[in-house]
Design a protein around this ligand. Structure first.
Ligand code: SF4
Ligand code: F3S
Length: 354
């Protein structure tokens, strides 16, 4: 019954003040990367929004995506669960187990047919259905059965979005992404290993507020969060432009916070919001902690060469060009970025054709 109440009614019945509600709307607007002028429109939409039923399925994963969500600092998880969405099934978080848990999934589907949202973390093994089962049901069967009546599917994390680490060579379980199997439902890929918690909640907030699928990039990721590279918004970018690169993790350049490009940073080809939203309540992100971006939100990041190998090495340049790059500094760095972008666009186009 609670899923039939609007969010406004729900909050009112719980004694939440208008002021607190508007504060929540302002936070949600910011999560969706919308301008502050949209707060009143978001408030009006959320006031009327029905709490959607959400079914969360976890397959071949490490639980890092759920861990990420439970550290969400936007709408807190508690608020997300009890006020904004109705999380009717989640292996890790639900109290029910066994037959009672499966009954909860069946009833959430029946009661909200055509309207519920399925969140999936983890890849799906096709090599042998027995590699990963829940309540005796293979991952592939559970996924295909659950999405049948879904309004939309959100693939949380790089494993669900692209296959991730389970799919890394030699892919012993025959792991595939959600999008590989589900062809007839809108899918939003929220990649990352794990994904940024406020990006997960931001996408849910968009679905809740507008009831539509957000604008997506060629990899099915929401543009609001994946429209720019880490490099585009990296605070070390001025050093990159000046050709000031750390050569080791303990040299003077590293101590001065210079660019980590030559230490393997994949920021120039990685689309994600880390440099803007940061992690742990906006405290930091990998590059701010002194380590290059490993490109965890990109397809097949695990198989794209060494994490500590400069982007130009083996990808964009011959050994002779590398020697030139070492001398040319920023100019070559900029060139590598353009080449990387060109390569990314080409790869995306090829992926779409295949
Ligand atoms: Fe930042 Fe990495 Fe770009 Fe350097 S290469 S500016 S560390 S994202
Ligand atoms: Fe992943 Fe790079 Fe962000 S490694 S966490 S996309 S900075």
């Amino acid at each position: 019954m609670s899923t039939r109440m609007t969010l406004g009614e729900r909050l009112q019945s719980q004694g939440v003040s208008r002021r607190a509600f508007l504060k929540f709307c302002a936070a949600t607007t910011s999560l969706m990367a919308l301008p502050p002028t949209m707060v009143s429109a978001v408030a009006a939409a959320l006031d009327r929004a029905k709490r959607p039923s959400v079914i969360w399925l976890s397959f071949q994963e490490c639980t890092g995506c759920t861990e990420s969500l439970t550290r969400s600092d936007g709408p807190t998880l508690e608020r997300l669960i009890f006020d904004a969405i109705s999380l009717d099934y989640h292996h890790t978080l639900q109290a029910a187990s066994g037959e009672a848990a499966e009954a909860a999934r069946a009833s959430a589907m029946a009661d909200n047919w055509g309207q519920y949202v399925v969140l999936v973390d983890g890849a799906i093994p096709l090599g042998n259905p027995g590699f990963s089962t829940i309540a005796g049901i293979s991952n592939v069967d559970m996924l295909m059965e659950t999405v049948t009546g879904a309004a939309a599917v959100v693939a949380i994390g790089s494993c669900a979005a692209f296959g991730g680490i389970p799919k890394a060579s030699p892919n012993p379980t025959g792991a595939v992404s959600v999008g590989h199997l589900v062809q007839d439902k809108p899918i939003i890929n929220v990649s990352g290993c794990p994904p940024i918690p406020v990006v997960i909640t931001g996408v849910l907030a968009h679905l809740l507020t507008f009831g539509t699928i957000p604008d997506l990039d060629p990899h099915g990721r929401p543009m609001a969060f994946f429209g720019e590279t880490i490099h585009d918004r990296c605070y070390r970018r001025p050093f990159y432009e000046k050709g000031l690169f750390a050569e080791s993790f303990d040299d003077e350049g590293a101590k001065k916070g210079w660019c980590l490009y030559r230490l393997g940073c994949k920021g120039p080809v990685t689309y994600n919001a880390c440099a803007v939203t940061k992690w742990n309540g906006g405290v930091s992100y990998p590059i701010q902690s002194g380590h290059g971006c490993i490109g965890c939100s990109e397809p097949n990041f695990w198989d794209k060469g060494g994490f500590y190998e400069a982007l130009a090495r083996g990808r964009f340049a011959t050994p002779a060009a590398l020697a030139t790059a070492a001398l040319a500094g920023a100019a070559v760095g900029a060139g590598a970025t353009l080449l990387a972008r060109h390569r990314q666009k080409k790869a995306t186009a090829q992926e779409k054709q295949s």
